[in-house]
Design a protein around this ligand. Structure first.
Ligand code: EPU
Length: 431
């Protein structure tokens, strides 16, 4: 197993290039199934969740060709199966997008119940199912697979009101509807940048999707999507993570290849903490030299503060003067990393959905374990800021969503390295 060894306490300094957005890539890759042609996709992040999506696509019969490190060509003209391999699909949440895409193009899909980071319980897909059913599909669960099938092989228009704002349901229904008959409307839709990116991708292939980025999305079904080129947007959360790292460890970094508007919700909160953030066309300069101030944060769907930045910002606040309150309102339980931060000297109490964070003077390095992707990112930030050495295990979670995090941090002057250790899974009770 790989662990990260981090010697903390060094300010970060230099430039970091942000990769393509994970949560856009893991939707756009399955969405290529809707395209009766070749799509060339640029700015694809090299992370394990993306590799898994590409593998699933290949297993279904797609041609997957790497053009260079961040560009792939996907050819879905000769798909021979509408059933995703069980063990691959159950490992990631984004495998649910294969349902919308396969159903939309072929009128049927069988996909293993999706997995992904566990935030304290099963992650529901009832809103996805509500949408597919409204479009005329029959959805059942059999043998661990979700099976969706349309009557007469064809879906029809629907008006779908989502009971909760769901990124996944919005994107999945959008995929199922682009080739359906008539006009479909999704109300109370999610507005995240990756929802807009998926709509832009589909439109560039010939779809007719309007209103993505607002809470009403209108989809006029078309007969066919054909191939084309598309570049994925930069990753808002990866950028926010490096900004939080500079805030916690101190120093000055230039975060490159971003869309500043997407960063507003994160920038505003870091500024409240006393971090200097200067916005340029597609870069942000982040500087922290003075002590951090407390602030309060509540996670919300976009354009609110993203839940995927909650563990990272809580880590920053664990070093801010005073008491900060962090409220998680998207997921039921996303505080599993707090016990690990406490091992490093943080003073955080969790009361249901709220973390009460009393800033401490410093954190100290310790052996800690990542419990999911963003929890892992939070531990990396804590380790960079801490006095002494930390050893972070279960970093495969981090590598699901952060391309080359070790090399990128090394470029910023961090003392971090990835080291192979004999597998201790059973001893730690992970398996
Ligand atoms: N929900 C339902 N029913 C549904 C779907 C969702 O009740 O059918 C609830 C969830 O339980 C949750 C809320 O709605 O309380 C929001 O869930 P959403 O569907 O928006 O989340 P998701 O699509 O499963 C994506 C990201 C997550 C991110 C959330 C929220 C992907 C692959 N994952 O998940 O990203 O936390 O949106 O923004 O896009 C991450 O990148 O670390 C990550 C976990």
């Amino acid at each position: 197993m790989t662990k990260y060894i981090v010697k903390g306490g060094k300010p970060l300094c230099g430039e970091v290039e942000i990769s393509g957005a994970k949560n856009a890539a893991v939707a756009i890759i399955p969405a290529a199934l809707l395209v009766d042609g070749v799509c060339r996709i640029e700015n694809v992040p090299q992370i394990s969740d993306v590799s898994l999506c590409l593998n699933i696509l290949e297993q279904l019969g797609a041609g997957v060709r790497s053009i260079n490190r961040h560009t792939v060509e996907l050819d879905c003209r000769h798909i021979h199966s509408t059933r995703t391999p069980y063990d691959m699909a159950r490992r990631i949440r984004a495998s649910s997008y294969f349902i919308g895409a396969l159903l939309g193009r072929f009128g049927q899909a069988e996909v293993a119940m999706p997995g992904g980071c566990n935030f304290g319980g099963v992650r529901p897909i009832d809103q996805h199912v509500k949408g597919f059913t409204a479009l005329g599909a029959q959805v059942t669960v059999e043998g661990g697979f979700i099976r969706a099938i349309s009557q007469n092989g064809c879906l029809h228009n629907a008006n779908i009101y989502l009971d909760v704002v769901s990124v996944g349901a919005t994107m999945n229904i959008m995929m199922a509807a682009v080739l359906a008959e008539g006009n479909t409307v999704i109300e109370n839709a999610a507005k995240e940048p990756h929802v807009v990116d998926l709509a832009n991708f589909l439109n560039s292939m010939g779809a007719n999707v309007r209103g993505a980025g607002t809470d009403t999305i209108k989809i006029h079904g078309v007969e066919r999507l054909s191939g084309g080129n598309y570049a994925i947007i930069p990753d808002q959360i990866e950028a926010g993570t490096y900004m939080a790292a500079a805030a916690a460890a101190g120093g000055q970094i230039l975060v490159k290849n971003i869309i500043p508007k997407h960063m507003d919700c994160i920038t505003a909160k870091l500024q409240e903490c006393g971090v200097v953030v200067e916005e340029h066309e597609d870069t942000l300069l982040v500087r922290r030299t003075d002590p951090l101030h407390k602030t309060n944060i509540k996670t919300l769907p976009y354009p609110g503060f993203p839940t995927d930045m909650q563990p990272q910002i809580t880590t920053v606040l664990s070093l801010a003067q005073g008491i900060s309150l962090v409220t998680e309102s998207v997921w039921g339980n996303r505080y599993r990393y707090v016990d690990e931060l406490r091992r490093m000297g943080a003073s955080i109490q969790v009361d249901d959905k709220t973390a009460i964070v009393e800033g401490v003077d410093h954190l100290s390095g310790a052996p800690v374990q990542a419990s999911d992707l963003r929890a892992g990112a939070a531990l990396v930030i804590a380790a960079l800021a801490a006095h002494g050495e930390s050893e972070i295990s279960c970093v495969h979670y981090i590598e699901r969503g952060y391309e080359n995090i070790v090399a990128k941090l090394q470029t910023l002057g961090a003392d971090i390295r990835a080291v192979e250790f004999p597998d201790e899974g059973e001893e730690l009770g992970i398996g």
